[in-house]
Design a protein around this ligand. Sequence first.
Ligand code: FAD
Ligand code: DLZ
Ligand code: SF4
Length: 518
Amino acid sequence: MSKFSGCRNLVLILGDQLTPSISSLRRADKSLDRVLLVEVHDETTYVRHHKKKIAFILSAMRHFADELRQGGWQVDYVKLEDPGNTGSFRGEVVRACERLSPQKVLLTEPGEWRVLEDAQSWQTALESPVEILEDTRFIATRAAFHAWATGHKQLRMEHFYRDMRQKTGLLMADGKPEGGKWNFDADNRKPARSDFFMPQPAKFEPDELTKDVLKLVERRFGDHLGDLYPFWFAVTRQDAETAFDVFLENALADFGTYQDAMLTGENFLYHSVVSTYLNAGLLDPMDLCLKVEAAHREGKAPLNAAEGFIRQILGWREYVRGIYWLNMPDYARSNALGASRSLPDFYWTGDTKMHCMAEAIGQTIEEAYAHHIQRLMVTGNFALLAGIDPHEVHEWYLAVYADAYEWVELPNTIGMSQFADGGLLASKPYMSSGNYINKMSDYCQSCAYDVRQKTGSTACPFNALYWDFLDRNQDRLGNNPRLGQPYATWKRMDDRKKQDLRDSAASFLSLLDRGAGV
Ligand code: FAD
Ligand code: DLZ
Ligand code: SF4
């Protein structure tokens, strides 16, 4: 580390704040201020992150430090194994203040409540004041979301999304949604086939700097989940932009149509695979929406694809962030359905006879990536139906995906996937029997279980678990108008059939609890 005596502001940049125009840097002056990036043990281990996730963040941080230096900034960079590294943000800020005696410490608001709470207490350990600035890298500010939420009795993404379309003018024509509809979901539910053209996300060769990080991760985090190699993520802004351009060119046109499809051995289908870059600050959400809108206007992508993509970013991504900040810290402990079963070991190994689960978990281990429907309707659906403790489910998602930070992962898991917030984020639980998975994928064709069989040891476990879930949660969910149809079907079933389903679910859950292979 270079010696430097004194600076005006010390600007701390966190690992998911790799944006040159971030509010803390906008406030700073290259000639007077000092930028600080720190690799710290606490962040690499607060959950046992996938190896690829740690490698991505550390390599992207190191490349960002270089980008800033090339732009004329003076940067202090603390590496994980530097002597004296205290292992925490607080410890490193204290050390840097002792070294540099800044007049002030500046940082942009952290994306996780845990880190914000910590940062708000640093002041007590420092001589210099700490100023926390708003994170302006989102399309809706926290205040705007708060105002929107205050004006609505029930919070629903679709209403928020329509407001955002109007505010931004994205895909709007004369104040009306382009194509006359806000949403083209009905066109977006087609299964894919393995003989289709399969685009691949852009993949990048690790440079020397990344190779050093990969060796570090191998050495220090060898016992964490996941395959470190092949490592192909973009770790610079320029490469992340190339990755998005490749998506625009090769996959966007079919993004909508096959958004919910799943196929054995195809990890990415027509998805953009940019959440990791976006959430670390290498890409800008509004910029992506504008590029997709432009591609549509140039005739390169149909409306159902462009609208489908923009809804994910402008709608879902912004909405879940708003929900997070509105409800933390209590949100993290929500458990409206009282689920308490431990997360099965096969979530960490992929070792299960359920082919859909083995595929989704297996590719997660390989790539630190699974697409939305795999997360929601396979691994999430199973955890919901089996009554797994939502906090354990949350910690799993936070650890295993390279794009996972609590502000985005937690509402998706607790709210959308596990219905543990009792319906604050979503109007009904996202759940299904094996039928939906069979319709949207080819997984069931090579599964040890039979998707058409409803009960018995060789029946698809999702089938009995689905009905058993509805049955055991009848007090909590029975009055949900969106579950009227399945509850009506359940009520019509004869008692013998109901008991068979309950018995089948109970046998399966007992195998699960005993750690027997399922
Ligand atoms: P695409 O399918 O190409 O979508 C484009 C972009 O839209 C994504 O890159 C992402 O930025 C945004 N997006 C899409 N859906 C959502 C959503 N529901 N919430 C927020 N943004 C969305 N996404 C994360 O970024 N981080 C997470 O930790 C995360 N955890 C999840 C956990 C569960 C249980 C579920 C059901 C979903 C989770 N998601 C998370 C949302 C979604 O699955 C991922 O954003 C998506 O799979 C990323 O892949 P992609 O970039 O190829 O997305
Ligand atoms: C996830 C992560 C990891 C693995 N390592 C670091 C790190 O060493 N230094 C750092 O600044 N950030 C890291 N991060 C990202 C932080 O956890 C993230 O910035 C906070 O959770 C706030 O969202
Ligand atoms: Fe999954 Fe059931 Fe299909 Fe097997 S049969 S792949 S367990 S949905």
